[in-house]
Write a protein that binds this ligand. Structure first.
Ligand code: ADP
Ligand code: MG
Length: 252
């Protein structure tokens, strides 16, 4: 197994309040890693650290390192943030397509990154939509508004949008929490497929989901990483009492 993301001594503060305490974690390449834990424990804060999304919050301070396989630390002051976010895509809880056509949602970022040729753009759009398992549902209406799609389709469109700039890492923060079970199952299937090509990190409050899609699971509690290991071990044989209490529903 190859480590794709090495997180070292990661601390996050919002003003005076510390939200993550000294997190150390190695994320495996081409696998799905699940982040679980009760509401407010720091899951979103953690996953946002992995592509410097917290930089956009003024009172937020991050210390520590997030080192990629090529040895670069994304918190290095010389790091190009546009490149970081191109390489590390993010999908949020609520699908957030742009108020544009399906085609334009996907073509937007590649165009910004310099793809001008119409045929190249069309190819990227098709390939991205195929990878996100939504091509067949939208291929005949690429010029229609993305808002016309169902919630589950919009979320797969957002995944396609993230894939369109060729990232290596895909971060998803509770991507199914606004979706029905059928749409959720589609996304789960998709994630299992995507890990062959990408390193996937998913925050989920749904433990069955973590069990179904992930190979490794990290359990957070009140800003601490309590336990990290193979998903089967975490769920069947947790080492820490806090983990056990959480997965058996005896917490809070
Ligand atoms: P989770 O995703 O696990 O529910 P979060 O990462 O959203 O938890 O939040 C972790 C802690 O950080 C919480 O105490 C929350 O109130 C705090 N927090 C998150 N975002 C901000 C922010 N923008 N400003 C101040 N505090 C924040
Ligand atoms: Mg959250």
């Amino acid at each position: 197994m190859v480590t794709k993301i090495k997180i070292r001594d990661l601390n996050v503060f919002f003003g005076e309040k510390q939200a993550l305490n000294d997190i150390n974690l190695d994320i495996e390449e081409n696998s799905v890693t699940a982040i679980i834990g009760p509401s407010g424990c720091g899951k979103s804060t953690f996953i946002k650290c992995l592509n410097r999304m917290n930089d956009t919050i003024r009172e937020c301070k991050v210390t520590g390192k997030v080192i990629l396989r090529d040895g670069t630390d994304i918190y290095d002051s010389k790091m190009d943030l546009v490149r970081v976010r191109k390489n590390i895509g993010m999908v949020f809880q609520k699908p957030n397509p742009f108020p544009k056509s399906i085609f334009e949602n996907i073509a937007f970022a590649p165009r910004i990154h310099g793809v001008k040729n119409k045929k190249d753009l069309a190819n990227i759009v098709e390939e991205s939509l195929r990878k996100a398992a939504i091509w067949d549902e939208v291929k005949d209406r690429l010029d229609k508004p993305a808002y016309d799609l169902s919630g589950g389709q919009q979320q797969r469109l957002c995944i396609a949008r993230a894939l369109a700039v060729n990232p290596e890492i895909l971060l998803l923060d509770e991507p199914c929490s606004a979706l029905d079970p059928i749409a959720t199952a589609k996304i789960e299937e998709l994630l299992v497929e995507l890990k062959n090509e990408y390193t996937v990190v998913i925050v989920t409050h749904n433990m069955q989901q973590a069990g179904r899609v992930s190979h490794k699971t990290a359990f957070f509690y009140m800003g601490d990483l309590i336990e990290y290991g193979d998903t089967a071990q975490i769920f069947e044989n947790p080492k820490e009492e806090l983990t056990e209490r959480y997965i058996t529903g005896r917490m809070g």
